[in-house]
Ligand binder design. Structure first.
Ligand code: S3P
Length: 169
């Protein structure tokens, strides 16, 4: 299963909760990239640029999707920017878009200095980024969960209910 959506939509928290409750492996792609490079995402953006970050993101996603182990993957918000990632996700995972209003996102990440794509006006940036990506999220997702006003467990519950179950043996 892969969770996609904007920064601040709750992918990591919800993904971790889902993985724990079902005994699945959990991979946060951003954390995996940071571990691999030995530095933070803002440092990678700063030192190597966004393109290099997107290459690392694509490689890490491919490796993760190649693993046979059942996994909950929390993707970085920009994973859908590359067509290869969108195609691979659709093909190899059940993809759920955690859709959130800009107000929700800005409340959660507006004051966070660790967001290389957000400048002095986070609401304007989140609005523009969200508008530019919504079509990609919609095209990639097999299911959409609207997360505004919901607690982590409520979101996890909706995902559990909507996810297709493997056929009983
Ligand atoms: C990004 C979102 C971040 C991280 C990087 C770029 C984006 O991940 O990958 O800062 O392009 O939206 P989260 O969505 O997990 O915050």
């Amino acid at each position: 299963m892969a969770l996609i959506g904007m920064m601040g939509s709750g992918k990591s928290t919800v993904g971790y909760r889902l993985a724990c409750s079902e005994g699945l492996r959990f991979v946060d792609l951003d954390a995996a990239i940071e571990e691999r490079r030995g530095c933070s995402i803002p440092e990678i953006f700063e030192d190597e640029g966004e393109d290099r970050f997107r290459d690392l993101e694509q490689e890490t996603l491919s490796e993760c999707l190649a693993s046979a182990e059942l996994t909950v993957i929390s993707c970085g918000g920009g994973i859908v920017l590359r067509a290869e990632n969108r195609a691979r996700l659709q093909d190899r995972a059940w993809v759920c878009w955690l859709r959130a209003a800009v107000e929700t996102l800005s409340r959660r990440v507006g004051g966070d200095g660790n967001r290389p794509l957000l400048g002095p006006d986070p609401v304007a940036d989140l609005t523009a980024i969200s508008a530019a990506r919504s079509g990609f999220y919609a095209d990639t997702a097999h299911e959409i969960v609207d997360v505004d006003g919901l607690q982590v467990e409520q979101i996890a519950d909706r995902i559990r209910r909507r996810r297709p179950r493997p056929a009983p043996v």
